[in-house]
Design a protein around this ligand. Structure first.
Ligand SMILES: Cc1cc2nc3c(=O)[nH]c(=O)nc-3n(C[C@H](O)[C@H](O)[C@H](O)COP(=O)(O)OP(=O)(O)OC[C@H]3O[C@@H](n4cnc5c(N)ncnc54)[C@H](O)[C@@H]3O)c2cc1C
Ligand code: FES
Length: 289
């Protein structure tokens, strides 16, 4: 089945819309068909306002197939997201989704290292939720970085990570609730956070592992281009597999316009791939060499 066979046009209804720190918003929508097919790494292309015909892509952060809702977390950056922020509970939103190739995980790598940066954090949350549902087969570690305030109130972690400095204790509340270790990084001096890039925090952890444990690690990353490049380099240096989710400028969002293509290495050659339907998740070594 091609990824396009399960893209639905659905009228979502806003169930809740909550302002968070850092000009960010948490949006929950009733959208049962999209919720039933949502996978970590996929996204919806949504119409922020009836007067804005061009849709905007936002990653799925969580979904409940049973209850028929999806959750998105977005930062207001321009006209589209500012229009979206004005929408109220009860209103309808036209959605296309779920779109794209999702993350995949492999029992050979039971220690997934999830690295999220800024608005790249939401798909990592969805991935953590999916790994958690695999009945204890995976022991993920979530590391998240942000240079604007995090959209949640960081919580001192109850879960020890011996490899990391003890003062790096700020964690994501949702991960704590799920008993998944997490730590936060920022250059802004936020309390309890690692003072530096999230990929440097990841390096500290990777360096602490013995050879056998390292063999169990796979990296997953979503965030700004420079962060993805750093994550890919890290994976290469430690000889680990790595998947990255790209966020390219998009027009149609469903594979029809070639407006989102990026060069991807295949064998000895380079091919142009559409981020919307061939991605947004790619093997890191195919994008960064
Ligand atoms: C697959 C994917 C998933 C994304 N997930 C999230 C998410 O979960 N949370 C979140 O806050 N943001 C996410 N983004 C980025 C988000 O789509 C842009 O911030 C948003 O489209 C900006 O629209 P705007 O009209 O407010 O801003 P403007 O800057 O006014 O947008 C103008 C045009 O540029 C495009 N554009 C601007 N910035 C980006 C960008 N970084 N990436 C792609 N297109 C851009 C818009 O689609 C629009 O057509 C994602 C992008 C992609 C491609
Ligand atoms: S945005 Fe049109 S092909 Fe990807």
């Amino acid at each position: 089945m091609s990824p396009r066979d399960t893209i639905f046009l659905e009228d979502g209804r806003i169930l809740s819309h909550q302002a968070c720190p850092g000009d960010q918003y948490l949006l929950r929508l009733e959208a049962p068909r999209i919720a039933a097919h949502a996978r970590p790494g996929t996204f919806v292309h949504l119409q922020c306002d009836a007067l804005l015909p061009m849709r905007r892509p936002l990653s799925l952060m969580r979904a409940s197939a049973q209850e028929g809702w999806i959750e998105l977390l977005y930062r207001t950056v321009g006209l589209g997201t500012r229009c979206l922020a004005r929408r109220r509970p009860g209103e309808g939103l036209s959605l296309l989704g779920p779109i794209g190739r999702p993350f995949s995980w492999d029992p050979r790598y039971p220690r997934p290292l999830l690295i999220g940066g800024g608005v790249g954090i939401p798909p990592m949350i969805f991935l953590a939720q999916a790994l958690r549902r695999e009945k204890g087969r995976y022991r993920p570690l979530m590391l998240a970085g942000s240079e604007t305030p995090f959209p949640f109130t960081p919580r001192p972690s109850q879960i020890l990570i011996p490899a990391l400095p003890p003062e790096v204790i700020a964690a994501m509340p949702l991960m704590e609730d799920w008993n998944i270790p997490s730590r936060l990084a920022s250059l802004q001096g936020f309390p309890g956070c690692y003072q530096g890039y999230v990929t440097d925090l990841a390096r500290l952890w990777l360096e602490s592992l013995d050879a056998d444990t390292l063999e169990e690690v796979a990296l997953y990353a979503c965030g700004p281009h420079a962060m993805l490049e750093a994550a890919a380099r890290l994976a290469r240096n430690f000889g680990r597999p790595c998947q990255v989710a790209l966020e390219e400028y998009m027009a149609c969002g469903v594979g029809g316009c070639a407006g989102c293509t990026v060069p991807v290495y295949e064998g000895d050659g380079i091919r142009m791939k559409r981020v919307c339907v061939d991605g947004p998740v790619f093997e890191a070594e195919a994008v960064f060499r």
